[in-house]
Design a protein around this ligand. Structure first.
Ligand SMILES: [Zn+2]
Length: 230
């Protein structure tokens, strides 16, 4: 009896919710039903001129922007993203991407969008981590929306060091030229959805968008798993 075997396996290797640590039921994946329901959703994809869109006003032209959840201290989405990035639980990125993709497909948010572009990680960071969480989220989004993922069209240059040790002014100087578009022809005339895990200041998205917007007839929209509340 497969069910009995299933129960036996889960007794030996309990599957736990990556947000709250409770045991998962057989039909639950990554998060328990309670956490799934309790993730504080922004519903910004239904709101024009929402706070994520406003974050980019006067910085770069973004068609639409939204985030699944609020990134608060002790929030469930924060624990999920922590487990994804620092404990290497890749499934979380994929499943949350699918989850958000389902909400987005039920609205007109994706109307006119042709392609998903994951925000690239610094190459040395990607080597250390072994993956780019934005690509995993993009794969999940792609699974439910049918949109292709242009995973190599935007690259982060390895020359620019990590920015943590720089002063604010030095960081500002360094913003230009962080990213390069590798195949302009594949991007030309398209409406691109930039995907990231968490939006805080928006400066990474801003430099990606400004690089993409240099190309003829490109439009940029943004979707993230969470937005930090200031
Ligand atoms: Zn839970």
């Amino acid at each position: 009896m497969p069910e009995l075997l299933d129960d036996f396996i889960s007794l030996l290797f309990p599957r736990l919710c990556y947000a709250c640590g409770d045991h998962l039921l057989r039909n639950e994946k990554i998060i328990c039903t309670e956490c799934y329901v309790m993730i504080p959703r922004t519903n910004y994809h239904l709101e024009k001129d929402n706070p994520v869109e406003q974050l980019f006003w006067g910085r770069c032209i973004i068609e639409k922007a939204a985030a699944l959840s609020f990134y608060n201290r002790d929030s469930r989405i924060r624990k999920l993203i922590h487990n994804l990035k620092y404990n290497g639980i890749r499934e979380i990125g994929y499943e949350l991407g699918k989850l958000y993709g389902l909400s987005l497909t039920r609205s007109d948010f994706l109307e006119g969008i042709n392609m998903i572009i994951p925000v690239p990680l610094h190459p040395s960071k990607k080597r250390t981590r072994g993956f780019n969480q934005s690509e995993l989220i993009s794969d999940g989004l792609s699974e439910v929306t049918g949109l292709p993922v242009g995973r190599t069209l935007l690259e982060r240059n390895s020359k620019t060091g990590t920015q943590t040790r720089r002063s604010r002014y030095e960081r500002w100087l360094n913003v230009e030229g962080i990213f390069t578009v590798t195949a302009e022809e594949d991007v030309k005339g398209k409406h691109l959805l930039l995907v990231d895990d968490v939006i805080t200041t928006g400066s990474t998205i801003e430099s990606c968008a400004n690089e993409l917007l240099k190309i003829e007839n490109v439009k940029v929209s943004v979707a993230a798993l969470a937005v930090a509340v200031v």
